[in-house]
Design a protein around this ligand. Structure first.
Ligand code: V0V
Ligand code: CO
Length: 132
């Protein structure tokens, strides 16, 4: 069902500072930057092999990443798995009784279709399904 780790999402307070750190310290270069209003984030993407690191700065306190940072501080926010057929995976998870945040695909960054699975059904890990 999953064909790769598409990205790891990391919550940061200051996107410019985090980008600077990743570039200088880890020697990766910025591939993409986008504001996704529907998700309340500004994101920066670094390519690492066939996967991405996705840095996420909240657009405000009352957003998923804003609330996460208030409660838990900066750090790993979610794992995004690449899937070839998002609807099929969602149907399967519904059958399995896994709690979904999104019952239907919605718009992610880079023109992708995404859906989130609730962390309470996945041992505390927020999972994003991504179809490019
Ligand atoms: C919250 N919780 C998490 C969590 N966020 N647990 C693990 N990982 C996370 N990222 C826990 C939190 O500690 C609480 O646990 C409980 O869930 C309820 O948290 P809350 O602060 O009351 O927040 P809620 O319930 O309002 O919202 C939590 C959910 C929300 C996960 C439902 O953040 C959400 O809908 N996320 C999906 C959308 C998203 O994250 N978008 C930003 C990324 P206790 O205290 O009850 O134990 S955008 C993105 O990745 C894009 C655009 C892309 O890749 O293309
Ligand atoms: Co993501």
């Amino acid at each position: 069902m999953f064909d790769r780790v598409d990205h790891v999402g990391i919550a940061v307070r200051n996107l410019d500072a985090a980008i600077g750190f990743y570039e200088k310290t880890f020697g990766v270069s910025l591939a993409h930057r986008e504001r996704v209003d529907e998700q309340g984030v500004e994101e920066a993407m670094f390519r690492v092999g066939e996967s991405w690191i996705q840095l996420l700065q909240p657009l405000g306190p009352d957003t998923p990443v804003g609330k996460f940072i208030d409660k838990r501080g900066e750090g790993v926010h979610h794992v995004g798995y690449g899937v070839p057929d998002l609807r099929k995976v969602l149907d399967h998870l519904k059958e399995e009784g896994v709690p979904l945040i999104d019952a239907e695909p919605r718009r992610g960054s880079r023109g992708s279709q995404v859906a989130f699975v609730h962390p309470k059904g996945v041992g505390g890990v927020l999972v994003e399904l991504v179809q490019e």
